[in-house]
Design a protein around this ligand. Structure first.
Ligand code: MG
Length: 332
């Protein structure tokens, strides 16, 4: 059996953000914060002033480097997606809640044209797109007496506790740090598959993080942990296609609104993933095993294994050292 633990870890190295990249993304976020703060200070000084709360994958440390795309002028496009909550915290005993559309308009006006691109009005946020492809989403929340609600332009006020969720995830992932790597692998898979087939719409990173955390199978080796975890996810979803939010509002099935096509497409992709992982697991040659994962799963960001069998590798290793090694359970 050709263990691909090392290759998976190299893949993780390509997915994870460098310190420099993180700082530059946070720089974009901070420039928008300043714009919004100034706008409210200048135009709406007698009203509730916004505060900010980073949410989503940045808080979970599961952001991945996207596969680089190129625009018509061959400029590199990197589609990072950040979420920075714009929060209006009520003053005790007062009611300064505005219409959903009013708050969306104010935030939109504050940031529009900041990057030279027009900002995008989405149902759940105002999106600011930067010229190198990354975007900062600005969901707007009203927080009154500890209750946090999202200003959703089509569904009205929705209970939303993003910090509760990232705390839930971080508590699990800090105990079992492998979970974070598995979420990154799954996001790398999603990125590659959606680029290869534009019709595919995978679950969100948030939903994938729930599925992985709740079906996590621990193993010393990442290839095996990922294989077993994704098999468990497939089994669970085949049994019942749902994804319940583990934190407030709990029992909310995030898959409820999925179309039949979206559901079937994802199950189909998941089956192909599990099948490729199983084939790689049974394969004895490292290169062949890695090829199962490169074609149609992760793409070429996943490292190509060496063209040798696990037996050749262990005999090469033992002859190098000069004494035959007993096969270890941890051999790569
Ligand atoms: Mg977003």
């Amino acid at each position: 059996m050709a263990r691909l633990h090392k290759e998976y870890n190299q893949f993780n190295g390509k997915l994870v953000l460098t310190k420099k990249r993180k700082e530059s993304l946070l720089g974009s976020r901070d420039s928008l914060r300043t714009k919004i703060e100034n706008y409210f200070k200048e135009e709406k000084s007698d009203e509730l002033q916004p505060t900010f709360e980073m949410q989503g994958s940045f808080e979970m440390n599961t952001v991945v480097n996207p596969i680089i795309e190129y625009d018509d002028d061959e400029n590199a496009i990197r589609k990072y997606d950040l979420d920075d909550g714009v929060c209006f915290i009520e003053i005790e005993g007062e009611d300064n809640r505005k219409e959903i559309s009013t708050w969306h308009d104010l935030v939109y006006n504050a940031v529009n044209d900041h990057t030279g691109n027009e900002s995008i009005r989405k149902a759940t946020c105002v999106r600011v797109v930067f010229s190198d492809g990354h975007n900062v989403d600005l969901p707007i929340r009203y927080i009154n007496d500890g209750d946090s609600e999202l200003a959703h332009r089509s569904e009205g006020w929705i209970i939303s506790e993003p910090k509760e969720f990232s705390d839930w995830f971080n508590a699990k992932a800090n105990k079992k740090i492998q979970i974070r790597r598995l979420v990154r692998y799954a996001k790398g898979w999603k990125n590659y598959r959606q680029l290869t087939n534009n019709n595919l719409k995978f679950p969100s990173g948030f939903e994938m993080a729930i599925l992985i955390t709740e079906n996590y199978q621990e193993d010393d080796f990442d290839d095996n942990s990922f294989r077993l975890t994704m098999s468990a996810v497939l089994e669970k979803l085949n049994d019942k296609f749902e994804c319940k939010r583990p934190t407030t509002p709990t029992d909310d099935d995030l898959f409820e609104s999925y179309s039949e096509i979206r559901r079937n497409d994802f199950l189909n992709e998941l089956e192909k993933l599990v099948d490729a992982c199983n084939k790689a697991d049974e394969e004895d040659n490292f290169k062949t095993a890695s090829e199962y994962l490169r074609s149609n799963i992760f793409g070429e960001r996943f490292p190509l294994g060496k063209d040798e069998s696990s037996k050749q590798k262990s005999s090469r290793k033992s002859s190098l050292i000069g004494v035959p090694l007993a096969p270890k359970p941890y051999a790569e």
